[in-house]
Design a protein around this ligand. Structure first.
Ligand SMILES: C[S@@+](CC[C@H](N)C(=O)[O-])C[C@H]1O[C@@H](n2cnc3c(N)ncnc32)[C@H](O)[C@@H]1O
Length: 182
């Protein structure tokens, strides 16, 4: 199974889903396998498939939690997870409701925000979930180029990892940024 190709077909990232790679691998190697992954903004599951493939390539079978206001897990991706003995949960709700009601369900081993891209709302939710991240967990955020500024999250125990920033060629602002839980 070529998870990267399949992920690219289902993502609006136009084949750029592997921008996640360094952040994801670092997080999966730094946190216990008992800590699930979380994707906020599943849509058709492009980055979920990429996460699954990366996790399996490391020999891990963590629980994967996904959520999106727009829908539920599709059978194809659920089947891929089931056939690889990867437990999974999917929630259909808003990002804010998920963070307020579900963020404390687990100690997370990887968190990817790709839903509500507004600076204030995303920053609020990053701070709210920060207490529930395992030490060494990477919290990655897509489309930060839409923000006016990148706040300092050190009070929440989140330290920016500059080498994980992805900036598209020719673009004035970074597109993808990542923080590590300390
Ligand atoms: C850019 S897409 C996600 C793409 C996906 N990560 C991928 O790689 O294919 C953003 C998704 O976030 C969802 N979304 C947007 N705002 C949201 C909110 N406030 N709460 C929950 N989901 C939201 C949308 O329904 C959409 O499916």
């Amino acid at each position: 199974m070529d998870y990267t190709t399949l992920a690219g077909e289902k993502s609006d990232h136009a084949g750029r889903v592997n921008e996640l790679e360094s952040a994801l691998v670092r997080s999966l190697k730094s946190t216990p396998e008992s800590c699930p992954t979380l994707e906020i903004g599943f849509r058709e599951g492009g980055s979920t498939i990429y996460t699954l493939g990366t996790m399996l390539s490391l020999g891990q079978h963590r629980k994967m939690v996904t959520m999106d206001v727009g829908g539920s897990m599709n059978d194809e991706i659920a089947g891929l997870m089931d056939s690889n003995a990867v437990p999974h949960e999917n929630y259909s709700m808003t990002q804010e409701d998920f963070i307020r009601e579900k963020a404390g369900l687990y100690t997370w081993g990887w968190v990817y925000f790709d839903a509500d891209h507004r600076q204030n709302e995303c920053s609020r939710d990053m701070k709210l979930i920060a207490p529930y991240l395992a030490e060494g967990c990477i919290l990655a955020v897509d489309d930060v180029n839409l923000w006016d500024e990148v706040p300092d999250f050190s009070d929440a125990g989140l330290k920016l990892v500059p080498e994980l920033t992805y900036q598209e060629p020719g673009h004035p602002k970074p597109h993808f940024m990542a923080w590590v839980k300390q």
